[in-house]
Design a protein around this ligand. Structure first.
Ligand code: NDP
Length: 462
């Protein structure tokens, strides 16, 4: 569109925004992208990437212990938090530069600025104090940790953003929440030697996962020494004269810790962006409302990723970006497919899962077959580590389709990625049975569970 400065202006330089900007620019569109903080967004700067690095860091003590069974004598190990943080920062800075360079290399323009909508085609760039215009606008501003203003003393608490860069590793931490972030960080801090307590309001952690996995992970985490208190919530947080924090729980128990971390969900970044003024519809929770093609109620304004509060996962935002490009610039409308998304929780042991949990499958199908194996993985035989691996396939008895696959144990995330393919393709248990095992692996169990462990017929376990 010749009348505008740009064909596409993207607000937000995270995974979704950068992908859309880069691909549109590569198509020859005149593209600009504004990011007020750091290119890379939550995933790269203060989410998935640093988290995974910290998971690796936190696993070393177990490796050192396990080495003895394999004949190794490992001298007493010590850990330096500041070294980990500094090395993480170096890696993040490298990735941040790549993200920015990828857009520029494709011909897009990048701005380090907050961007505010002025009207349906105009964007004010705060850092530059000027307004630019664009034919199409894509909002990909992501989200941030949900605050907890109702908690007295919430100002003493940290969120995942700060947890990566604490000045010192705390001696004791309390983490509130029972979702991905709370569970992953509880394992990270515990692994790094921190006395860790997880406080969750429900009956069992990880409410959206298969109950078998939830129970088994809970048990294993407790065995490692992580304290899990549920159901409970914190009532107040107070500073002690020694500079520590007292936390009163709904159970009546008081904890004294050095840090309290809240991980109670995430909220979309939609404030002070001019959205209301321009008339972009927001949901009650502040998320941008979009149709199935990621278009807002205004026909040239689109939104993808966490800001739309659909599925808060990086690969989903990237997929939504690719669908947006097809729809807006290639005359090939494609709605993002949010069905059967494989996912992992980088707890220790890890969870990898795709499809329906047993409980959800039972609600949907009258005859469900469960194939379940619980065993000690080979790597734990010589190490003597008392940790079981759990594998579970959920099968619709009528169609024989595998509708859920759930794994708890080493490399479960890697397996979930591959299991995503047969489940997405709608393959049957017979297809799994026909597949040759790879021996000796843990994953071979997935193709050698020939007989159902039990069936659930019309809600009744047989
Ligand atoms: P989640 O939605 O996973 O979990 C939030 C947790 O906080 C739940 O246990 C919830 O309880 C609890 N909670 C909510 N409100 C309150 C409250 N007022 N008081 C006490 N507890 C409360 O959010 P996270 O913050 O852990 O993560 C955000 C999203 O980021 C995830 O949903 C996920 O999509 C993504 N993510 C993905 C990762 C991965 O792929 N490995 C890693 C980290 C994040 P209840 O269950 O009862 O509602």
């Amino acid at each position: 569109m010749a009348g505008y400065d740009y064909d596409l202006f993207v607000i937000g330089g995270g995974s979704g925004g950068v992908r859309a900007a880069r691909v549109a620019a590569a198509l020859g569109k005149r593209v600009a992208i504004a990011e007020e903080y750091r290119f890379g967004g939550t995933c790269v700067i203060r989410g998935c990437v640093p988290k995974k690095l910290y998971v690796y860091a936190s696993q070393f003590p177990e490796h050192f212990t396990d080495a003895a069974g394999y004949g190794w004598t490992v001298p007493e190990a010590s850990f330096d938090w500041q070294t980990l943080v500094a090395n993480k920062d170096k890696e993040i800075a490298r990735l941040e530069a790549i993200y920015k360079r990828n857009v520029e290399g494709s011909g897009g323009e990048t701005f380090h600025s907050r961007a505010v909508l002025v009207d349906q085609h105009s964007i004010y760039l705060q850092a530059e104090d000027r307004t630019v215009s664009a034919d199409q606008i894509l909002i990909a501003t992501g989200g941030r940790p949900a605050p907890h203003p109702a908690l007295s003393g919430h100002e003493y608490c940290v969120f995942s953003n700060e947890a990566f860069d604490l000045k010192e590793l705390p001696k004791a931490i309390m983490i509130e929440g029972g979702g991905y972030i709370a569970v992953e960080f509880a394992n990270i801090f515990h692994g790094l030697g921190v006395d860790t307590t997880l406080v969750y309001r429900g009956q069992e952690i990880l409410s959206r996962f298969d109950m078998d996995l939830r129970r088994s992970l809970h048990e294993t985490m407790e065995k490692k020494g992580i304290k899990i208190l549920c159901p409970a919530v914190s009532e107040w947080v107070r500073k002690t004269p020694e500079g520590r924090l007292d936390v009163l729980l709904s159970s009546g128990q008081t904890l004294t810790v050095d840090q309290v971390m809240l991980a109670i969900g995430r909220i979309p970044n939609t404030e002070n962006m001019g959205l209301e003024g321009v008339g972009v519809e927001l949901s009650k929770t502040g998320a941008i409302v979009v149709d199935k093609y990621s278009r807002t109620n205004l026909d040239n304004i689109w939104a993808i990723g966490d800001v739309t509060h659909r599925v808060q996962l990086t690969p989903v935002a990237i997929h939504e970006a690719m669908c947006f490009i097809e729809t807006a610039f290639k005359g090939n409308p494609i709605a993002p497919d949010h069905d059967t998304i494989p996912t992992a929780v980088f707890s220790q042991p890890e969870i990898g899962t795709v499809g329906l949990s047993e409980d959800d499958a039972v609600k949907r199908f009258p005859d469900v077959e469960i194939y379940r194996a619980s065993f000690r993985p080979m790597r734990h035989t010589l190490s003597g580590r008392d940790e079981k691996m759990l594998m579970k396939l959920v099968v619709d008895g009528a169609s024989r389709k595998v509708v859920g696959a759930h794994i708890l144990g080493p490399d479960a995330g890697e397996m979930a990625q591959l299991l995503g393919i047969p489940l997405k393709a709608g393959l049957t248990k017979d297809d799994f049975d026909r597949t040759m095992a790879v021996h000796p692996t843990a994953a071979e169990e997935l193709v050698t569970m020939y007989k159902p462990t039990y069936r659930v017929k019309n809600g009744e376990r047989i």
